[in-house]
Design a protein around this ligand. Structure first.
Ligand SMILES: C[S@@+](CC[C@H](N)C(=O)[O-])C[C@H]1O[C@@H](n2cnc3c(N)ncnc32)[C@H](O)[C@@H]1O
Length: 213
């Protein structure tokens, strides 16, 4: 990658970090609405499949933490110190012993095949290079491990997808969330092997389990 391109990607990431640092105190309040409408149930069902040493990528304020089975040993990373601070408080409130680290999902400072389960939710919309992040998830996951994803993207109902397309730039300005992406395409491009996929909420949300094949 040439130097200018690398610098501009770093600038985009810095912008995302600043946005989430500012938004952190409001995140749980705003996300409480989709959680109430059904996303919490999707989180709970997906995370029941986690086991062993778990890495959660871009953990945010730790909304998934309460849903992990008790036998999981969790490490969680995020780019935003303010989001991580809330996750830390949540973990302590829940009595969970979790290792938190500030790290870029697209360049994990973690050895290959370190985790039994890698989890990420509502993140591929935000990463500048979601395929790079998925490749990193695959790299740090054991070959017989699981990658669990809960993502949102462009609806498969054309009328809704077109509406998302029209509003996408405006929406992305707020938190860098590109809501008309195609998470399944990223999974395939990254070379992950889907084991199960489910689409819900007007085809916007994806619940996915993959292996790092
Ligand atoms: C929409 S929030 C999702 C938070 C959480 N996973 C959830 O389900 O509520 C996106 C998160 O991705 C983090 N993030 C964005 N870019 C990142 C990157 N390159 N590396 C690590 N975390 C990143 C943000 O700081 C934010 O916490």
């Amino acid at each position: 990658m040439n130097k200018n391109c690398d610098e501009s990607i770093q600038a985009v990431k810095e912008d995302i970090r600043q946005k989430y640092d500012k938004f952190a105190p409001w995140y749980d309040l705003v996300e409480g609405i989709p959680d109430f409408l059904g996303i919490r149930k999707l989180r709970r069902n997906l995370l029941q499949r986690a086991s062993g040493n778990v890495l959660e990528i871009a953990v945010g304020t730790g909304k998934n933490l309460r849903h992990y089975p008790g036998n999981c040993h969790i490490t969680a990373i995020d780019l935003s110190p303010a989001m991580l601070e809330i996750a830390r408080k949540r973990a302590s409130h829940l009595g969970l012993n979790i290792t938190f680290m500030i790290m870029d999902a697209e360049a994990l400072d973690i050895p290959d095949q370190s985790f039994d389960t890698v989890v990420s939710s509502l993140t591929l919309c935000t990463f500048p290079d979601p395929v790079a992040a998925l490749r990193e998830m695959a790299r740090v996951c054991r070959v017989d491990g699981r990658i669990l994803l809960l993502e949102h993207g462009r609806s498969d109902r054309e009328w809704l997808g077109r509406w998302q397309d029209r509003k996408a730039d405006r929406h992305a300005e707020k938190l860098g969330c590109c809501w008309n992406r195609e998470p399944l395409d990223f999974v395939h491009h990254a070379g992950l092997k889907p084991v199960s996929t489910r689409r819900c909420f007007f085809g916007i949300f994806h619940v996915l389990e993959a292996t790092p094949s």
